[in-house]
Each structure stands twice: as C-alpha cells, then as structure tokens.
Design a protein around this ligand. Structure first.
Ligand code: MEV
Length: 432
C-alpha cells in the first residue's frame, strides 16, 4: 500500500529515491541500480533533464530512429522518429522508398490559424453585452500589446476576437473567441497569456459599464485547430503501383476499399487513424512537440462531421491513383523544448532546421506514409508478417538470447512465419 507524503517536491533527488524504494520497491538495491543506470554522466545534461519536470528520479529512454529516402515536394528528407513500437520506423522507411520512385510526396499548408477562448457567464441582456464588447474590443488588443509586441513585429499576433453567445447551450454562457497567428511557435504560452490579459481587461472594464458583473470561468487555448491544416498526398498511374506478385489494378481497388471502410466504420477508423498517429506522434515527439495536443486535435478533426471517420482518402481518376490526407497540426520549431533538449535540436537539424510550416508538412507525410504502409500490408500479406518480424528482437531479448542465438534464430525466421510460440520453440530447440 502506498503511503501519503507531504513536502515531497522539496526533498532532494536522493531523498526522493530513498522514499520511493523504501515505500514501493521491495528489491531496493536492484531498483536503485536501475534508476541510477539511466542517469547521464554529464551532470549538466542530467540537471537539464531533472528540471524539465517536477520530482525527476531518472530518465526514461525511448529509441530515436531515422527513416531515410522521403521525397517531399522534390526535396529529400531523413525523418527522425521516436517510438517504442518496433515496426513503425521500418514501415515508414518502406513507404518512403516506395514513393521515392513514384513522384514522392506533395504537401501544402492550407491554413495556420490557432484558437483560444475566454469562457465567461453574464446574466444581463445580450444586447448590452454585445455593445460593451464592441466598445472594449480595441482595448483588449491594446492591453495585450506588451505580450504581442514581438510576435506582431515578426508578422504574427492576434487575428481577431469575437463574442460568441452560447446561451442556447448553457445558461448565461458566453465566450471571447480569439484567433491567432503564432508563426514558428506552437504558441500555447503566447495564446494563454493573451487570453488571461483579455479576461482581466474585459472583466475590469465591464465593472465600469455593465449593470451585471462578468464572471470569468477560464481562459485557455483550444487544441482543436481545424483552421491549422496541412495536406499531404501521393499519386501515380495505377499501372505504376505494380510490384512483383501484385496486380496494380487489384491492389489499387482493394486499397481504396480499405480506405472507404475506414471512412464509414468508426471501429475501423479508430485503428486506421491510430496507424497514422504512429507516424505523426513519432516525429512530433522527436521534434519536442506536444503529442497530446496533436492527438486530441487530430481525433476531434476526424469526428468533425459528426461520425468518427478516416483521416485519409483515396481515389482513382483517369487511371491515376491518389491517396491523401488533411490534418490539423499545431507545431512549433522555436520555443518549448525545441532549443533546450539536445536530441530535439539534433532532430530539427536532421530535418534541415524547418520552420513550423515545413515541419507540419514533414509530420503529415510521416502520417500518410505510415497509413500507406499499414494498408499495403493489411490488403496484401496481412499485418502480422512485417509486425512480427520487427517484434522478433523483443521476444529474443525477453528470453535473453545471446548474440549467436539471435543470428541463428533471425536466419531461421527469414523463411518461417514469426509467432510468439514459434520463436519460443525455436529458442528451446536451439538451447537443447
Ligand atoms: C498498429 O500499430 C497500427 C495498425 O493497426 C494500423 C492499421 O490497422 O491501419 C497496423
């Protein structure tokens, strides 16, 4: 049973570890060894990681892999990806190579508007509130100038503020609905600071003018960004889809059918989109962006028409196969972790230091490529063949296979189907 503790955050790192292993980890020596094994010997680097969050006791590793051969708008990229799922980087690399000889990926940023809201209640008349809003709007923008000054200089800032009447949905509920251009920053801190200033001004001025008080409930950006959209696409002649053992027409039709199923069937759409997020999240994470924000926004977008649906679409027109996706991606290449975490800086360098718009395009391509790879496997060999091949090393590591055993078993499974039990049998046979 866990024990309550007070003042935990004020303890030193060593004291926190001692508390943790005394209270939660019966095998204390082994636990302490594992925690410390992941500390970085470079004290400055370790301190940087310690200070990212509260109560850091160690570092949590995930692999950073790279998927080469991505051709995006005729430029070649090697995409850094951070993920724990064994087949993701392999699938991305395979899709990149496939499309590299078929015209590559084409991308366009369609919009970059971000949204934030001040949620408040007001019990007086809407007309009075509306008049007051129109009067105070210039001052809302003016009072936020100390926050927006630098962003304004670079060409971004507040785009607009609207008053929204939501009283049909919730009694007395209104919003200041604001739109922003945050350029190369993801913009969460910028937007939230602006919103909190709007709320302050809006409430204070209302006291002078309105008969009833404005009651601010909260001020926060929205991670739903349906006006911050990037489009990624691949296309080629149907006949160019040909590969050994694969008839291009049959392949294209089955592939499109698989997409159509995900368009109308939410159970399938969730898994289909999860595969897209395998690619998107891995690049979002590698580049130090907020993958929870991206996940929330993308899935909300997938349900924008009232039913959860596929993010990707496919068609054949005049003998041309086209496969595309439009996704909302609020990303940054400055601020946040981007110039703090050494591996994030390196990942951005691998991508040739993209701006936020370029990163949106790269991330969308990683998602589209991942979906292509998944559907290609699902509609031809089935997913397990590739999946289990990549998972083989994890099973071997679970059984603490030696280097020699690994070589022999990997060789064996070049021509045999990988399943968990087949690998266990192979290890047992080898060991006896
Ligand atoms: C597994 O992580 C992702 C897939 O299930 C995606 C899909 O089914 O499209 C293979």
């Amino acid at each position: 049973m866990s024990k309550l503790v007070s003042g935990f955050s004020k303890l030193s790192k060593t004291e926190k570890i001692n508390w943790l292993i005394t209270n939660h980890l019966p095998n204390q020596d082994a636990a302490e060894k594992i925690l410390k094994q992941y500390w970085n010997s470079d004290q400055k680097l370790q301190q940087l990681h310690d200070e990212f969050i509260e109560n850091t006791v160690t570092n949590y590793y995930l692999p950073l892999g790279v998927a080469p051969n991505f051709v995006i708008n005729d430029k070649i990229y090697t995409i850094p990806m951070t993920t724990e799922e064994s087949s993701v980087v392999a699938a991305a690399s395979k899709a990149a190579k496939y499309w590299q000889t078929r015209g590559g990926f084409k991308t366009t940023v369609l919009s970059t508007i971000k949204i934030g809201q001040v949620h408040f209640t007001y019990s007086g008349s809407f007309k009075a509130l509306e008049d007051y809003f129109n009067l105070v709007k210039p001052q809302l923008i003016e009072d936020a100038k100390p926050i927006t000054k630098n962003m304004d200089k670079r060409g971004g800032g507040i785009l607009n503020i609207e008053l929204k009447n939501k009283t049909n949905d919730l009694e007395h509920y209104y919003q200041l609905h604001a739109t922003f251009e945050t350029l190369d920053a993801m913009g969460a801190n910028f937007i939230n600071s602006c919103l909190e200033q709007f709320a302050k001004t809006f409430k204070a001025e209302a006291e002078k003018v309105l008969p009833q008080p404005v009651n601010v409930i909260m001020s926060i950006l929205s991670n739903y960004v349906p006006e911050c959209i990037v489009r990624a696409e691949v296309s080629c002649k149907v006949e160019d889809l040909a590969e050994k053992d694969i008839d291009p027409n049959a392949f294209a039709e089955k592939f499109i059918q698989a997409v159509n199923i995900a368009e109308i069937e939410p159970y399938r759409a969730v898994t289909h989109n999860k595969g897209i997020m395998n690619g998107i999240d891995a690049v979002v994470l590698a580049t130090g962006n907020d993958f929870r924000a991206v996940e929330a926004g993308v899935h909300a977008y997938a349900a924008k028409d009232g039913t959860y649906s596929s993010l990707t679409h496919a068609k054949i027109d005049n003998g041309i196969f086209t496969f595309w996706m439009e996704v909302p991606l609020a990303l940054g290449t400055v601020g946040g972790l981007t110039n703090l975490h050494p591996l994030v800086k390196l990942a951005l360098e691998i991508l040739d230091k993209p701006n936020a718009k370029q990163l949106m395009q790269i991330v969308a391509v990683a998602g589209l490529a991942q979906n292509f790879a998944a559907l290609r496997s699902l509609t031809t060999t089935g997913i397990q063949e590739g999946h289990m091949k990549m998972h083989l090393m994890n099973i071997l590591n679970q059984f603490e296979a030696t280097a020699e055993e690994k070589i022999k078993i990997v060789h064996h499974f070049k021509t045999n189907v990988v399943t968990h039990s087949a690998v266990v049998n192979a290890i047992e046979n080898l060991r006896h």
